[in-house]
Write a protein that binds this ligand. Structure first.
Ligand code: FES
Length: 160
């Protein structure tokens, strides 16, 4: 077993050696949408590794390509579903904000202010910033994004 620390919660999680970081997030009941079902194609399991990067398996080409397209990638970013834990001392920080799951969910929030950043599950960019009013027109402009998310999910199911 190996220990992983999740920030900003400062929770310590034990996971099996060679298990991926996604398991550490899920073990801590973090709500990870996994829009691509762990295939390395979306941004919803993006984490920033603040310590112990050398204890993770190196990036695969799929992960490198995907991270290259996520707008919020930093030098220490990894996709939790692709990075396997080989040693102790890995510390990861989960990006703040909530990923958009469906236009319908957002429609229910029209007229309210976003409590946290609402993020694009494919590119990681902020769609509606925390504190901003969620308007009907803003949500309607996200309809094409919802179609992209559905397509991604379908593609991921086909490939399983
Ligand atoms: S769950 Fe989609 S990239 Fe990890």
């Amino acid at each position: 077993m190996k220990q992983v620390t999740l920030q900003p919660l400062n929770d310590h999680v034990s996971i099996k050696t060679e298990a991926n970081l996604l398991e550490a997030l899920l073990a801590n009941k973090l709500d990870v949408i996994m829009a691509c079902k762990g295939r390395g194609l979306c941004a919803t399991c993006l984490v920033h590794v603040t310590a112990g990067q050398e204890q993770l398996t190196p990036m695969t080409d799929v992960e490198k390509r995907r991270l290259g397209r996520i707008t919020t990638t930093k030098n220490n970013s990894r996709l939790a579903c692709q990075a396997r834990v080989m040693g102790d001392g890995v510390v990861v920080e989960v990006p703040e904000g909530m990923y958009m799951e469906s236009v319908q969910d957002l429609m229910a929030l029209v007229g309210r202010r976003a409590e946290q950043d609402i993020l694009n599950p494919i590119s990681g960019e902020v769609l509606i910033a925390a504190g901003k009013l969620i308007t009907r027109s803003k949500v309607q402009t996200l309809e094409s994004l919802e179609a992209d998310i559905l397509e991604l999910r379908n593609k991921s199911s086909d490939r399983l």
